[in-house]
Design a protein around this ligand. Structure first.
Ligand code: SAH
Length: 337
């Protein structure tokens, strides 16, 4: 088994099943995530326990095939043991090092503006392959990751259990100890997944890729909307915000002439109403298939102003990594084409 796929509770159970004190799990977390151990030899366990761990777990990380680094953004192309590829991105920001991790090889959601969807889903990533992206970044760039967006390739709630374990490992005390509020899981709108996520004891943040304020347009842009229309999506998002007592981010890519008109902004404000949501306006990153165009600055500002006037919280995402093809929606593991 790969050690990077083991949650604290699973590791405690492992020790119990071996007749050992489950408190050893915290020592292992401390060693691998804080002291950067790459074997069990220096933890100070008895020879018998050390050998048992050495036999049962390995420390392998995805192999780095390509590394791109420019200013504040870096990207790794990683090869998994079965020869599949994924990408992961590091954004060096003033307030910390944030990464954007992938959760699947390809994606089944088929959003029309997204590069990842063009690859079709090949498989889910295992927990250790998602944690492995973070470990590979920390090791390769000698940084401590302080924030995580689950916004790379794939739909996280189409791989729920592995994403849940990933969050448990990241937030574990004595381990990486990244706070729940510094981890954001972004979904295209799998309503069942949102509700399940809301009911976790300690969910991380939630972002929803909304991109349209009405069903007709949203179904055109994002096929998932035919299965889970806006009314269901909004009520699931509200359920999360009330259950977890957290503000939900609605991501909104600005596509010129498609969803960026003043009427759309007003519709969006009406849709949100008084709910505990805010809108993150994202500039569109043209991808190879290019059937959309970026909105002008004026359009974006007008859209922003209408939301503000309606009392809606709004932020604008800085564009990271477009020169590395590492911007939102551009991750694609080009090797697999
Ligand atoms: N499947 C998840 C997470 C991956 S996509 C989701 O849909 O949320 C991460 C974010 O990038 C989503 O908001 C997605 O809609 C957005 N995105 C996809 N293609 C993009 C593009 N070309 N330009 C800007 N953002 C894009």
């Amino acid at each position: 088994m790969n050690i990077f796929g083991i949650t604290p509770s699973a590791l405690s159970e492992y020790f119990i099943s071996k007749g050992e004190n489950p408190a050893k799990a915290a020592l292992v977390f401390d060693a691998i995530y804080r002291k950067k151990a790459t074997s069990f030899y220096d933890i100070g366990f008895s020879e018998r326990v050390t050998e048992m761990l050495q036999k049962d777990f390995d420390f392998s990380l995805p192999q780095i095939i390509e590394k791109l680094d420019s200013n504040d953004t870096a990207k790794l192309l990683l090869r998994l043991t079965d020869g599949e590829y994924v990408e992961t991105v590091l954004m060096r920001q003033k307030f910390g090092n944030c990464i954007c991790v992938s959760t699947q090889v390809g994606c089944a959601m088929g959003c029309r503006f997204c590069q990842s969807g063009r690859l079709k889903k090949r498989r889910n990533l295992f927990t250790h392959e998602i944690v492995g992206q973070l470990m590979a970044i920390q090791k390769e760039f000698d940084v401590k990751v302080t924030g995580v967006s689950v916004m790379g390739i794939g739909e996280p709630f189409d791989n729920f259990d592995n994403v849940k374990r990933f969050c448990e490992i990241l937030t574990a005390p004595k381990g990486l100890e990244i706070g729940e509020k510094h981890i954001t899981v972004s979904t295209c709108g799998l309503v069942d997944g949102i509700r399940r996520y809301a009911e976790l004891p300690h969910p991380c943040n939630l972002a929803i890729s909304l991109h349209a304020p009405d069903d007709e347009l949203r179904s055109e842009l994002m096929p998932i909307n035919k299965k889970y229309p806006l009314s269901e999506l909004i009520s699931a998002a509200e359920y999360f915000s009330l259950t977890a007592n957290r503000r939900v981010t609605l991501e909104y890519i600005m596509l010129s002439g498609i969803n960026d008109l003043p009427g759309h902004a007003q519709q969006l404000a009406d849709l949100i109403g008084k709910r505990n949501f805010y809108v993150n306006i994202i500039p569109y990153n043209p991808t190879d298939a290019d059937c959309f165009q970026k909105s002008s600055r004026e359009r974006i500002m007008a859209f922003y102003d209408i939301l503000k006037k309606n009392g809606i919280g709004v932020t604008m995402r800085r564009e990271f990594g477009s020169e590395l093809k590492a911007a939102c929606g551009q991750l694609s593991a080009e090797q697999t084409k």
